[in-house]
Design a protein around this ligand. Sequence first.
Ligand code: SF4
Ligand code: SF4
Length: 458
Amino acid sequence: MAFSLPPEDQIIFSTKDSSGKIYIREQSGFYQRIRRVLSWLLMALFIGIPFIRYNGEQAFRINAGQQTIELFSVILFPQDLLITALLFTLAAFVLFYVTRLYGRVWCGYTCPQTVWTLMFVWIERRIEGNNNQSRVLDKAPFSLNKLAKKLAKHLSWLAVSVATALVFMSYFIPQSELYSTFFALQASWQVYAWVSFFAICTYFNAGLIREKVCLHMCPYARFQSAMFNTDTKLVTYDAMRGETRGPRKRHGDKPANLGDCVDCKLCVQVCPVGIDIRDGIQYECINCGLCIDACDQTMSQFGYAKGLINYTAGQSNRANLSGHLIYAATIVVTVIAMWGWGLARTSTELTVYRERNALYRVNSDGAIENTFTLNVINKTKTARQYQLQVEGIAHSQLISNATLSLQPGEQRQFVVSVNAPEKPAALFTPVKFILLDKQNAERVAELSQFYSGNTAAR
Ligand code: SF4
Ligand code: SF4
């Protein structure tokens, strides 16, 4: 019996049509299951994070107006930029390392472009049917049926796009406020503009241009191959085993002149970027493994061993081993740096600036006076009260309120003067400003210099 596809797929179309649209055949299998599970997980994370509450507030929020990131009880200010830089460094090196091991699996399994495209293609299939039915519908002349299906698809895509944009915006605007004002048409025009912008981006990227983002727009796709080496596992067709390709009867002896590839072209039809992996490794391949699932299915039907297409790597050598060590060392160093940052971080930031206009003054009692500006940031979500102390100048006095109060997440400047009744021996004397928060057992100190000027000693 000759090998045949299911009835609706009798005709084998080329994957791309002349307009460049790729009609992807639906495929099930091991790697497709992994993709689906990861997509659900990532989607659940994306939607779920803004719902997490902590002390009655959204646990994670980016406050663009205040230029802060709120994370549980912590508020990250621009002064905490180091941790975001370290986080990005860590994420980048983990990504580079995974790419070195398994090629473009980030693109094939977890990139938001892939996850949303999967969702949009799923919607398209539910409305228009499989890849061949969708192609036939596109080529069919105008009819009410075609109009209804196209309308249903695009409206569904738009609804998902708006929902995506709203969830994304809830990372910036408190969720409860965003949804209640948005649907009551009481949000500001900026909110509607941003939601429209993100919705249009989602609709175009995942619905209309799909894999073209990966092929022509994504910069990461361009330089990923620079991270590959001989032990990178890439999806590869075993030409030695597969060639010479050709159709044959499903049950019966394999013709002696043929290899294992039955030329069913399923591997091409399921490929989301529309390539034929039998032509060799190509930069467009996102290592998604769908062609492996498709080919394994065919191999099983013919009673051949699976793995004609598979993730394969070349030989490991000493240079490859040193590459592993360099990546591992970079990741470990970055994690240690993040840990160190966490230990050194205080909930209060204190910066002291000397007044530049008058370096010093001599008051009516003959004491020398210097003025400083204290920039204090309360990086927590609770109000704080600090006792200000000065150390380093003998018998010095603070000429200002020694109690400083700050609201949650507040940044304020306090002008304080320090009075030295006895002239310090040096022209510049180190002076330490200390903020004491007894309630939270926190002590923050910052050094500055006290200038004595050209005054006669008292
Ligand atoms: S060739 Fe295979 S692994 Fe590469 S993108 Fe196409 S289906 Fe995915
Ligand atoms: S799916 Fe496998 S058997 Fe079918 S054409 Fe591709 S490589 Fe050949």
